[in-house]
Every structure is written in C-alpha cells, then in structure tokens.
Write a protein that binds this ligand. Sequence first.
Ligand code: K1U
Ligand code: ZN
Length: 167
Amino acid sequence: MAILKILQYPDERLHKVAANVNAVTDSTRKLIRDMAETMYAAPGVGLAATQVDVHQRIIVVDTSETNNNLLAFINPEIISMSGESDCEEGCLSVPGIYDKVRRAERITVKAKNAKGESFTLEAAGLLAVCIQHEMDHLLGKVFVEYLSPLKQARIRAKLKKRLRETM
Ligand code: K1U
Ligand code: ZN
C-alpha cells in the first residue's frame, strides 16, 4: 500500500471533472486501498480520487469512531435526497479551514463496490455530509466554493502565503 500526495487548494487540478470507471479491475482495487491508507494517515473521514490527482469517479469514506467501516463508492450517484442540515466541514485539500455548508440531511446513494457489485446505501448525518462533500470533489468542486467570495479570497491568500513559507 502507499500514502498518496493530496493536492492542496488552490491547485487547478482540484477543478478537473472525474470520468466514470468503465471496469473495476485490480488497479481500481489498489487505488482504493491506497486512498484508504492515505485517508486514515491524514487523518480524515473521506477522500476523493480527484484529491490524489486521479480523475476517476471513486471515493472512500469512513465516519466510524474506530476506523473499521471503510466504504468505497465507484461511480456514485445520489438517487434521492431530503431535508437540510448546516454542518461544519473541513477538507484535507484545504488544511486548517473549517466552515458551515448547507447540504441534504439524508441521501440515498447508488454505486459499485470494490468487487464491481452495485449497491445502494441510505445515509444521514456526518456520513451523508461526507459523501456529498466527496462527490463534489469528483465534479471539481471544493467546499470553500460554497462560501462568500470574500471568504474564498481570504482562504486562497492564506493558503498561498502558507505555501510560499514552506518552499
Ligand atoms: O474530502 C476531504 O478532504 C476529507 C474531509 C471530509 C469531510 C469532513 C467533514 C465534513 C465533510 C467532509 C475530512 O476528512 S477533513 C478532516 C476531518 O474532518 C476529520 C479528521 C480527523 C478525525 C475526524 C474528522
Ligand atoms: Zn475535501
């Protein structure tokens, strides 16, 4: 397994739109294992392939307290959503920045698992928020884009300054 490099906002590659996975192969399964290892090491509760510069529709999520409920979604689609919730979000691509985003409270997602089998999952609470956040990454959208233009400009300036200081 390997820990992958996570792209940092405002990297342009975070805005690429991911393509559907046509066939679930051993290389898909290796990518899922590496993404899971990267997410747990960060640590985080989710990761999208876009964040590790792989532009395929794959996300991993584990919102359990004991890191023992890894979910992998290949070609995820939200087939129903209801309610609204304002949840504080963070992102491994935007370190140190947390803010509230309004999302659906409950969702039903259809996807394929690492064996290539179709499944549907009903999610609520943090799991639902996290799946929506990761699916946005696959569309090239980062959570800060829900914030006001002023907040986005401040975040971009802060992260660019931090990047300059570490070079
Ligand atoms: O997409 C990502 O970068 C992962 C992100 C997922 C997420 C968190 C919270 C709300 C919505 C989406 C993270 O995992 S940020 C880190 C984090 O939230 C966390 C880290 C350690 C323990 C628990 C949570
Ligand atoms: Zn994120």
